[in-house]
Design a protein. Structure first.
Lengths: 411, 110
């Protein structure tokens, strides 16, 4: 193998953008439109169309047309730690999504329990506040839901409802300070421009505790990977909540409300809740469990250059590469096992682009004799939390992070 | 941790942001106007397909429902009730049973 040099993730942004451009050029080939993918979901159905019909997006796995649910094809994650904007996954709750945004008319309101109500233009945000940048993973609470057993209803994602980007924007703290948060504030609620089709249905809103909102890390992003966000990824502004599940990363953010009472809205209090148990896991059918809002992410890791079912030469080193993330902190180590977890060996970590982002890893494995192997990859994060070896289960299909297994045949 | 683009400059510039902010912010936004694709996919013909087509497709396309695994009648009932109670789907009471039966026939637990 010739891959044992520097990681491919070590590209300059210029090169990353060049790759994105090349992908875009390939999309005009009509063959793409006919492509299907078969997601290996237990019990099926796994067949999905690869769609190229969404503006500003490349080939995406079509989970739902309206409101859009578009999954990142898994091979994209082998290209490096930054997921190209045009293949970054998409997930909307409501179908009324503005399809036209005039940057001169858009405004972000900051109101509620504040000294001064603000209406900020994009110019105010881009040019009136300090700019900050952060690499962070955005992962759907239900990423990998399709692998739950027993199966549960919802977006039947494989592992592609996640992505990592370099986010550019302003600190939420700076925006809140500009408005002046009054004493007694407890939460901050975020709302975007999307609306339910049915008028009395609950508008999508999420809240963070006031101290979290003011921690200096939560940000309002106006760019991902150096460019404005694709509209379906939340143009022009998206909340970025590093280390937390994407449900909090409100898209098309145009309203920030400081609350002096805990938020009781449906999307914060009822939807997106998890069992308050270890690994958010319960037994199927178990009831009477205390539920809490989903919050911090947990560590995960994947092989990206070898698919399950691949063949390699027995007794010879094979190159293995992938990505990992720590969840709510950095990656401490990525380990692999070729003997079903009896012994573990450290993989080599790639460049650290920031603790909340993807981290590439690589190693060589040697499968000693011909036969079938399950290669296990395990991330341990910098808080000492490792991926569990048994899958958790909850009725919403949230927070899957079991150690992944790749079946490889040595011949 | 945040990486300031020009960390020292930004630290010193909070009081006089506009010019410096422009310098550290290479991104300029452009207005966007797009058309989102729609789906004309209908639920497969069968007893109750009119009810599900008429009641469900206003809020979401059929594809995600057709991508669901086999689920029990109890699970399909909970799903339809969630659409009504939580998401305010205006489904006529007489259609609820028909839709649940349709989904259980199409995607019932084997």
């Amino acid at each position: 193998m010739a891959e044992n040099g520097a990681f491919r993730s070590m590209v300059t942004r210029r090169r990353l953008l060049a790759v994105v451009g090349a992908t875009g050029a390939a999309l005009t080939k009509p063959a793409w439109a006919q492509r299907m993918v078969d997601l290996p979901l237990p019990g099926g159905p796994g067949a999905r169309e690869i769609t190229t019909t969404f503006p500003q997006k490349g080939p995406m796995i079509l989970q739902r047309t309206r409101p859009p649910l578009l999954e990142t094809p898994f091979e994209v994650f082998d290209k490096g730690v930054f997921t190209p904007n045009d293949q970054f996954y998409v997930r909307w709750h409501w179908a009324l999504i503005p399809t036209e945004i005039d940057i001169d008319k858009f405004s972000l309101s900051v109101r509620g329990h504040v000294n001064k109500t603000l209406s900020l233009s994009l110019n105010d945000i881009l040019h009136g506040l300090p700019s900050v940048q952060l690499s962070a993973v955005n992962q759907c609470s239900g990423n990998s839901r399709g692998f739950f057993q027993p199966r549960v209803s919802g977006g039947e994602w494989a592992n592609g409802a996640m992505g990592n980007a370099l986010w550019t924007g302003v600190r939420l703290k700076d925006v809140l300070d500009k408005a002046g948060v009054k004493p007694g504030a407890v939460q901050v609620r975020f709302k975007g421009l999307d609306e339910p089709v049915v008028a009395d249905a609950p508008h999508f809103m999420k809240s963070l505790d006031i101290d979290h909102a003011r921690d200096g890390e939560v940000m309002i992003a106006y760019a991902m990977n150096g460019e404005q966000l694709p509209l379906v990824n939340g143009f022009p502004l998206r909340l970025v909540v590093p280390g937390w599940y994407a449900t909090y990363w409100v898209k098309m953010l145009n309203d920030i409300e400081v609350l002096d009472q805990p938020d009781t809205n449906y999307w914060t209090k009822v939807a997106y809740t998890i069992p308050d148990t270890q690994h958010a896991s319960i037994k199927p059918g178990e009831t009477g469990v205390k539920m809490i809002p989903i919050n911090r992410m947990v560590p995960r890791s994947f092989v990206t250059n070898v698919a399950s079912g691949s063949k390699v030469n027995a007794g010879a080193p094979s190159f293995l590469r992938g990505i990992a993330f720590g969840g709510d902190c950095g990656v401490a180590s990525v380990d692999f096992s070729i003997d079903r977890g009896q012994s573990w060996h450290q993989a080599q970590l790639g460049k650290d682009e920031g603790k909340y982002g993807f981290r590439q890893w690589q190693t060589h494995i040697t499968l000693p004799t011909p036969g079938e192997y399950s290669v296990l990859i395990r991330c341990t994060n910098s808080n000492g939390v490792a991926q569990p070896d048994t899958p958790s289960w909850n009725p919403a299909g949230f927070m899957r992070n079991v150690i992944e297994s790749t079946d490889i045949m040595a011949v | 941790m945040f990486r300031n683009l020009l960390s020292l400059a930004v630290l010193l510039s909070i009081a006089s942001t506009p010019l410096v902010a422009r310098a550290v912010t290479p991104v300029e936004l452009k207005s966007v106007k797009i058309d989102l694709p729609d789906s004309d996919k209908m639920f497969p013909d069968g007893s109750g397909s009119d009810a599900i087509n008429n009641n469900c497709l206003a809020c979401h396309s059929a594809d995600m429902v057709l991508n669901q695994p086999s689920l029990s009648k109890q699970a399909w009932t909970a799903e339809v009730n969630k659409m009504i109670n939580n998401y305010k789907a205006p489904i006529a009471p007489e259609d609820v049973g028909t839709i649940v039966e349709y989904l259980t026939t199409l995607k019932g637990a084997k």
